[in-house]
Design a protein around this ligand. Structure first.
Ligand SMILES: [Zn+2]
Length: 363
């Protein structure tokens, strides 16, 4: 799961309509290198927008939002890192927009002695629309015949290593544990897969060793810092903050049979401005998303209304219609787990002892 960020400001000098471009650096008009990706208004107010700390913005003097509707949004809050650099700003809207739309935002801020202005288009999503039912994809196999876990296993146990970042804070650990349990319950109830929270573990999944010996054929989940060593996992991309990764090993049958899974959450997600500030639902959405990979779902792109969209855009942690279709498809079906006569079972279970041959890792 990747992050949408207002990245560093480009040096290109561009004119905004109605504002003359001048040579004086103090009034240069610049545009962000990337379009700002808005958090949809299902989130509690304020809607929070991340700003790359690399932009070095210290003073936001004005944010002007031009909405095509009667919705009025105003800039209210800025969150700073320990160096005083703004890492996000919050916007309150009245009334809270309930339909999809977009707005132009103009941000005026100072960086050092110079005044800068950036402009970008913000988009937001409907608070009620859940997207089309077809908006999902399997991580292996095909949509008609997706790779999946054996739904007749008595239990698919999820054990979690809350890691060195959470260890000093038992209260916070318990809070994240509750969210993980909720994510497990959300997947179990919608897929029918027998997911069970198996408690805490010290095991850290890495590229070379993804599976907890105390939880064979289960899902190993961990909170980690990217890299190698104590409290770290090289399953996280070291250079890019992606919030988390999830995946599984599968046997190359048709359809593929998933035999064990893993999830690694980047510790930075615990203090991610988008995921905090009261919006614990967003962290729940991240846990649902990565566990969704571990049970066999890929990204629902380009539909932004799904939890399985590659960027978190659903602050209410509510499955979209595509997510629900996908969870049903990789989950337990009415025809699963029927008792089969022993002679037939022996004739059809030829691949039970195969070793895993494929590893699937998704951000
Ligand atoms: Zn993902």
């Amino acid at each position: 799961m990747t992050v949408a960020t207002l990245t560093a400001i480009s040096a290109a000098v561009l004119a905004i309509a109605g504002t003359p471009a001048v040579a004086d650096a103090r009034s240069q008009i610049v545009t962000p290198q990337a379009t700002v990706a808005a958090v949809p208004p299902r989130a509690p107010m304020p809607i929070t927008y991340p700003v790359s700390a690399a932009a070095g913005i210290r003073y936001l003097s004005q944010i002007r939002l031009t909405f095509p509707t009667s919705v009025k949004c105003v800039y209210r809050t800025a969150t700073r890192n320990s160096s005083g650099v703004i890492v996000s700003y919050g916007v309150y809207c009245t009334p809270k927009p309930t339909t999809a739309g977009s707005a132009t935002v103009t941000i005026t801020y100072t960086r050092g002695y110079y005044g800068w202005r950036a402009s970008s288009v913000l988009k937001w999503l409907s608070s009620t629309y859940l997207g089309p039912a077809g908006a999902w994809a399997p991580a292996s196999g095909t949509k008609a015949s997706p790779g999946r876990w054996n739904p007749c296993k008595p239990a698919i146990i999820v054990k979690v290593n809350f890691g060195s970042a959470l260890a000093p804070n038992p209260t916070r650990t318990a809070q994240e544990e509750a969210l993980v349990k909720l994510a497990i319950a959300n997947i179990k109830s919608r897929s029918g897969l027998p997911l069970v929270y198996g408690g805490r573990t010290k095991f850290m999944p890495t590229k070379s060793n993804r599976y907890d010996p105390t939880n064979p054929s289960g899902i190993s989940m961990a909170f980690a810092t990217a890299g190698v060593g104590y409290g770290r996992s090289d399953l996280l991309p070291g250079t890019v903050y992606n919030r988390g990764v999830g995946g599984f090993s599968s046997v190359s049958e048709v359809p593929p049979r998933i035999i064990d899974g893993f999830v690694v959450i980047d510790n930075r997600a615990l203090s991610d401005p988008i995921l905090t500030g009261g919006a614990t639902g967003l962290r729940l959405a991240v846990y649902m998303h990565e566990l969704g990979h571990a049970v066999g779902l890929a990204h629902a792109d380009p539909d932004q209304y799904q939890v399985m969209y590659s960027i978190v855009r659903v602050p209410s942690a509510r499955w979209g219609l595509g997510d629900l279709s996908g969870l049903r498809a990789i989950g337990r079906k009415p025809t699963d787990c029927q008792v089969v006569a022993p002679s037939i079972a022996a004739a059809t279970s030829t691949a039970q002892t195969k070793e895993p041959s494929t590893t699937t890792i998704l951000n």
